[in-house]
Design a protein around this ligand. Structure first.
Ligand code: ACM
Length: 270
């Protein structure tokens, strides 16, 4: 299976331009599954909830999702991309999964980072796995990486590949994802952005690039530059993610001792 990551530098608020750019860059890139960044169509640094609201769209009925469905159908490709989702009065930092047959599903970011808490509602979708046929994929968004439970739940739910749209501003994620892939025995595809935003006199946010695809042992199969947009594709054997063996006597999932993990489910302070 050919999977890819698209690394962009969107112009804030220029949704049509950002979609057009993605379509232009990806049209001749042959893949089965392409992962695009978080908020790939709008940019990241909103000034208010109202601004986020004005740029958010319904999934799948909004124009961004419809454009990406058309593109996926034309290309015969699966696409995972991040965008602000509007659902009634609620705004989510969302991701959509679309494919040659149309809309497949969506995810709403669970762990909001910094000012995102002012712009978005906390995601209520929970972690989900989508069966694409050639692979089962799980979706998490950017800062979800900080919480190992995100990738663990996706892996336990059967994900072969973790698709990870991101707008990273912290430097540790790429390295942390090697552990997420290793401990769960899954491929991961982190699609980050480059460039910076300093809107409304706010301190600049510098996005860290270095999008990457990792194998089930956390090895880097391909990686992009820190500051340049780009796209990269690798061929993977999805079946490798179904073997959770570590040694002859150890297995990533079977060796877990969940009876000793109660603290994971306890609210803080109890
Ligand atoms: C982030 O979660 N976009 C830093």
């Amino acid at each position: 299976m050919k999977i890819g990551v698209y690394q962009n530098n969107p112009v804030f608020g220029e949704v049509d331009l950002n979609i057009e750019q993605a379509v232009q860059v990806l049209t001749d890139v042959e893949t089965d599954l392409m992962v695009l960044p978080e908020l790939f169509n709008t940019g990241y640094q909103f000034l208010s909830k109202e601004e986020a609201q004005s740029l958010a769209e319904e999934i799948p009925l909004g124009k961004t999702c419809q454009a990406m469905i058309d593109f996926a159908k034309r290309k015969g490709d699966f696409l995972v991309f991040g965008m602000a989702e509007r659902d009634g009065d609620h705004i989510y930092n969302g991701s959509a999964v679309v494919g040659p047959e149309g809309f497949i599903g969506k995810y709403r970011k669970t762990h909001l980072f910094a000012e995102e808490k002012d712009w978005f509602d906390p995601g209520d979708s929970g972690f989900q796995v989508f069966d694409l046929g050639p692979a089962k994929i799980g979706v998490m968004i950017c800062f979800d990486w900080w919480f190992p439970e995100s990738a663990r739940v996706l892996a336990l739910e059967g994900a072969d590949i973790i698709c990870h749209p991101a707008n990273l501003v912290l430097s540790q994620c790429q390295q942390a994802m090697t552990t997420r892939s290793l401990e769960n025995g899954v491929f991961s595809a982190t699609a980050n952005r480059v460039g910076s935003e300093a809107r409304g006199g706010k301190p600049p946010l510098i996005f860290t690039g270095k999008s990457q695809i990792l194998d089930c042992w956390g090895q880097v199969l391909t990686g992009l530059a820190e500051a340049e947009p780009g796209v990269s594709v690798v061929n993977i054997d999805v079946i490798q993610a179904r073997d959770k063996k570590i040694t002859v006597q150890n297995n990533r999932f079977v060796d877990r001792r969940p009876q000793f993990y109660d603290a994971l489910l306890r609210p803080l302070g109890n």
